[in-house]
Design a protein around this ligand. Structure first.
Ligand code: TYD
Ligand code: MG
Length: 454
């Protein structure tokens, strides 16, 4: 019987502490320590070493040029938007963590991938019965003879199923609900999540198969598991979006076999996730022209340009009430900053106005290049005057009210032109662009942008 002791493990970096504390002294994150039980024996360390030995066939140091290598050929999963994020597909022998909030669509996507996968795939559900998954597969049209299903929670059963089916792809849904029975910790605890994922990494390497792991995270990423797992797996893909909207975004946060700056876009439909090759078209579909407070912003996410509509609405607040500021798709601190800039640099008064700002389609706009768009939407709402039709705005806004340069200006402009926008506000110092259809209007400040926008 191993001797057990209680420790506090940081769910962000995995550091162990003997006592609970509000902040992890190793990584500095707050409120990430969770209670866990570990064996005082050296099993964990020896397992880690075993994994590292499995990964490195030779422990002898060699000159780098003497080390033989094969180009890690990725296998396309058959879901184009997912393959785009992974720079081609899944690499045999690799483990990919797909993390996201509960209900966002992880099981749906991975079941679709299991079905379109060119070889044999095994889908392990540790959350639903095989019948439930079968029903969903039917709805998704995922009825491939080469897709195997099993409902299992124990790591031993899962490895047994891999032995039987001999798949080239295994989906484990989810890493928080499986357990290694030889460890005295509850499923989802830091120890279980770490041990199970170590073991699956070993299995993937030893059998040269691709494994996809599902990991749930809450909004603040504050659950034992995914954050800790990021160090263990080869690739981390995050699945984002607003559950109440159809658009889902998939991006690689870490990728050992390629770049991490491609964005994948999906729409959640009645029959599962459908790739969205033309995001601008989808996001602007319901736009009403000529309404005050609305403007189109050409933004960049990863390498992908897309046009999004930003909307603002202002209403008079009753005397004695504090005006409300409501922000969707933009950080409230950034909205407060832009309101302050507008007030001080353009004289637009918001003190007696309630302000509602929203980015259409559930998109989160962290791109600084969308600052000018937010400012013009707010100014348009406050003055109750619509911006000129077919006008788009690009620029970062500084505290002095100046419009600053942005990344990927040309791609933003070309996307706006493709969607028929013919007047585009750009930063004054923007380099000249050749051969476009749209008129670029160079503006040095928000105040100057306002004179061109209406
Ligand atoms: P799910 O894949 O179960 O999310 P996760 O595994 O990330 O927790 O799917 C979440 C939601 O998606 C579910 O509440 C219903 C919706 N959905 C559809 O709209 N269409 C579909 O075809 C499917 C399968 C699910
Ligand atoms: Mg699920």
């Amino acid at each position: 019987m191993p001797r057990l002791r209680t420790v506090y493990v940081c769910s962000s970096c995995g550091a162990q502490h003997p006592k609970w504390a509000g902040q992890c002294t190793a990584c500095g994150e707050w409120n990430t320590l969770v209670e866990d039980v570990v064996s005082t024996e050296t099993a964990v360390v020896s397992k880690t070493v075993a994994v590292s030995r499995a990964l490195n066939s030779a422990t002898e140091p060699l000159p780098i040029s003497d080390i033989t290598h094969s180009e890690s050929a990725a296998t396309a999963t058959g879901i184009a938007e997912f393959d785009r994020v992974l720079d081609g597909g899944l690499v045999p022998g690799s483990v990919t963590l797909v993390s996201g909030e509960p209900g966002i669509g992880k099981s749906t996507l991975l079941l679709q991938i299991a079905s379109t996968w060119p070889g044999r795939a095994l889908y392990v559900s540790a959350e639903e019965s095989a019948q439930q998954v079968r029903l969903r597969a039917k709805r998704l049209g995922a009825n491939d003879d080469d897709t195997y299903l099993v409902s299992a929670m124990s790591l031993g059963d899962i490895v047994g199923a891999i032995d039987k089916v001999k798949p080239s792809l295994v989906v484990v849904d989810s890493v928080q609900t499986i357990a290694d029975e030889t460890i005295e910790s509850a499923p989802g605890s830091v120890t279980q999540v770490r041990e199970c994922s170590f073991r699956l990494v070993q299995e993937a390497k030893a059998r040269n198969i691709a494994i996809l792991l599902v990991g749930h995270v809450t909004k603040d990423g504050n659950i034992a598991g995914p954050r800790l797992l990021e160090h263990v797996v080869d690739t981390v893909v995050s699945f984002e979006g607003d559950r109440l909207h159809a658009l889902r975004m998939v991006r690689a946060i870490k990728h050992r076999f390629g770049t991490t700056n491609e964005l994948g876009l999906f729409e959640m439909t009645e029959s599962g996730l459908v790739g969205v090759p033309d995001a601008s078209n989808m996001l602007l579909a319901d736009r009403q022209i000529g309404v005050a407070g609305s403007i189109v912003v050409p933004t960049i996410d990863g390498q992908r340009p897309m046009l999004v509509e930003v909307q603002a609405l202002t209403t008079k607040v009753g005397t004695g009430f504090t005006p409300r500021r409501s922000a969707q798709g933009i950080e409230s601190s950034r909205l407060a900053m832009l309101l302050a800039v507008l007030e001080r640099r353009t004289g637009t008064a918001f003190a007696s106005l309630e302000v509602y700002v929203s980015v259409v389609g559930g998109v989160r706009l962290n791109d600084p290049g969308s600052d000018l768009g937010f400012c013009l939407a707010l100014a348009s709402a406050a003055h109750d005057q619509p911006v000129t039709p077919q006008l788009a705005a690009i620029g970062e806004v500084g505290l002095g009210g100046e419009v600053r340069h942005v990344t990927h200006l040309e791609r933003r402009v070309r996307e706006a032109e493709r969607m028929g926008f013919d007047r585009i506000l750009v930063p004054a110092n923007a380099k000249p662009l050749d051969g476009g259809r749209a008129t670029l209007i160079r503006v040095a400040s928000v105040a100057e942008a306002i004179t061109h926008a209406f």
